[in-house]
Every structure is written in C-alpha cells, then in structure tokens.
Design a protein around this ligand. Structure first.
Ligand SMILES: NC(=O)c1ccc[n+]([C@@H]2O[C@H](COP(=O)([O-])OP(=O)(O)OC[C@H]3O[C@@H](n4cnc5c(N)ncnc54)[C@H](OP(=O)(O)O)[C@@H]3O)[C@@H](O)[C@H]2O)c1
Length: 297
C-alpha cells in the first residue's frame, strides 16, 4: 500500500513509519515541518497528489499543552482530523487515527470497552473525542485508543523514565491509586499494520497491552524483571500538582481487537520485551510537540 503517516516526527509516528516500511509498504512520513495539518488547503492538496491507499495520523497536541492552549488543541486534535478525514474521502483512502483513554472520566470499575460512554474531563480529552467524531467522516476509518506508551526511542515517556531510574538504582515514586493499561509502542505499531492490511470493520478499537495495573504495581514489576533492589515509594495521585484532570481508572479492554485475531500480549510480557530490546536511535523530535516532563502519572 501507499501510506501517508502524519505526525511522523512524534514518538509513535517514528516507530509506525518504520514498522509500515518493514511491511513493504510505500510510506510518505510527514513531520509537521513537511505538512502542517492545520492548513486545510495544503493538506487536501498534498494528500490528493500522493493518492494514498491509507492515511495514518499520529499527530497530536499533548495533555498539559492543550489545557494551556485550547485553541491549538482544537486545531490539531479535532479540526486537523476533520481535514484528514475529508482528504481520505476525496482519495478513497482508509483513515487510521489515534485517540486516548482521556475521553473517559475514569469512574469505571472494570476495563472500559469501546461501547462505553465517553465523558472527558480535560481540554485534551474533549478535543480528542471531537477528533474521534471527525475521523468517522472518512468512509473507511479506524480509531485506535491508546494510553501510556512505552518503549519509545529516546525514552521520554513515564515508563521509559522509570526503566532508566530503576536500572540506575534510583528511588522511584509511583501512584498506587491510578490504574492504566500500558501500551508498548512496538505492539501498537504491529497492530496498526495488521488492521490496515486486514478487512476489519470501521470503528473504534482499544489498542493497549492486555490487563491493567497501578503505576506502583508497574514499578514493582519493573524492579522484579530488572532484578533491581530499587526503592519504590507508593504515593497518591492526589499529591500531583497539576491543573489537568486525569482519569483515575483508565484501564481499557482490548478484547475487540483480540476477537479479530490481533492480540496484544499482557503488559508484563510487553515490559519484558521492551527491556530486552536494544537501545534504538531516534531522530530528534522538534521541541514544540514534546510534552513537558510531568511527575509519574
Ligand atoms: N504518548 C501517549 O502515551 C499517548 C497516549 C494516548 C494517546 N496518544 C495519542 O497518540 C498520538 C501520538 O502520540 P505521541 O506520544 O507520539 O505524540 P508526540 O510525540 O507529541 O507527537 C505528536 C506529533 O504531532 C505533531 N504535530 C503537532 N501539531 C501538528 C500540526 N499542526 N501538523 C502536523 N503535525 C503536528 C508534532 O510535531 P512537532 O513535534 O513538530 O510539534 C509531533 O511530532 C497522538 O494523537 C496522541 O494524542 C498518545
């Protein structure tokens, strides 16, 4: 397939472009410098000229940044998605877009399913939900909700920083009262490729590793796998000084993808594979898209 990847300079975008190329697809990997997605005419023209069979959008405006700058959050997380869906409609391309667990309010007591009602509590979550609705404007579309990515080149995610700290024997503080379903970037990229190559129906899919954990349990599991005596201090998420609402219980069920034969292994095994992976180089991410370093969340 000829595939356009937008947001290709980001954490996920870089890995995706590599994975799709490995699958023998012809990939046009477009960073923000190459194509600003908020420029509707340019996007329609560029995608129109490339005539891809699929467009994969890994661009996004981050959690903290969205709260500070809602206008840009709307432009990138919602209106740019509307434009890409329009471009896909014009070229008859499949549209695959990434969304987030932040569309939920985190009050559930069992893992969220795709049919559960979203109720975002942050600017980021609200604009990502709008993006989901706009993505459905493409006749064939996949909306993949992901969360807590790790195994990223250059390792800037919370979990990747935990890897580093625990390997170095440093003390780690981790929330005992926030639950997530982490997603190994390699597993997300592989699942993305399989969805694009297959015949699944359009819709929303939760694309995370199987199971869920608190941040504290995750840090303890890392210590166990690394064989490190690191000190892990359990702390409450209530101590986090942040103005941004974050869902407390953000576990996602990946059963819908698994029922298609696209199984993402348990998070514990994904941690093991990420730890065993050789260090990967990353092209530098331009500064403006990088989320600020937040405490373990
Ligand atoms: N990382 C996670 O744990 C996580 C969790 C849930 C959902 N997601 C979603 O997954 C997707 C990928 O996340 P990520 O972690 O890879 O994000 P990231 O590292 O911040 O990358 C996002 C990319 O989008 C680009 N971008 C921003 N504005 C743009 C614009 N106007 N035109 C074109 N490109 C633009 C950025 O470019 P610049 O760097 O040049 O600004 C950056 O390269 C996003 O949709 C995000 O919301 C991520």
């Amino acid at each position: 397939m000829r595939i356009v990847v937008t947001g290709a300079g980001g954490q996920l975008g870089q890995v995706l472009a590599r994975e799709l190329r490995r699958g023998d697809h012809e990939v046009a990997a477009l960073t923000r410098a190459a194509l600003d997605l908020t420029q509707r005419e340019q996007v329609l023209e560029r995608v129109g000229k490339l005539r891809p069979q699929a467009v994969v959008n890994a661009a996004g405006f981050g959690v903290e940044a969205s709260e500070e700058d809602p206008k840009t959050a709307l432009a990138v997380n919602a209106f740019a998605v509307r434009t890409l869906a329009e471009a896909c409609r014009n070229t008859d391309a499949t549209f695959l877009h990434f969304s987030s667990d932040f569309v939920f309010d985190g009050t559930a007591t069992s893992a969220y399913r795709e049919t559960d009602r979203p109720n975002p509590g942050s600017v980021y979550g609200a604009t990502k939900l709008l993006g989901e609705w706009y993505a459905q404007g493409a006749p064939r579309h996949f909306i993949l909700r992901i969360e807590s990515l790790f195994g990223i080149p250059a390792g800037k995610s919370t979990i990747d920083r935990m890897f580093e700290d625990i390997r170095a024997g440093r003390t780690v503080s981790a929330f005992y009262d926030r639950t997530v379903s982490p997603a190994f970037v390699d597993d997300v990229a592989a699942a993305t490729r399989r969805l694009l190559e297959g015949r699944a129906s359009s819709g929303v899919y939760h694309c995370v590793n199987a199971g869920f954990t608190t941040w504290h349990e995750l840090a303890m599991e890392l210590c166990r796998q690394i064989g490190s005596p690191s000190n892990v201090i359990p702390v409450s998420a209530e101590t986090l000084e942040s103005k941004v609402f974050r869902p407390k219980f953000a576990a996602l069920s990946n059963e819908k993808l698994a029922n298609l034969g696209i199984e993402l292994p348990a998070w514990q095994s994904a941690l093991g594979r990420a730890l065993a992976a050789p260090p990967r180089s990353a092209s530098p991410i331009p500064p403006s898209g990088v989320r600020p370093r937040a405490p373990r969340s």
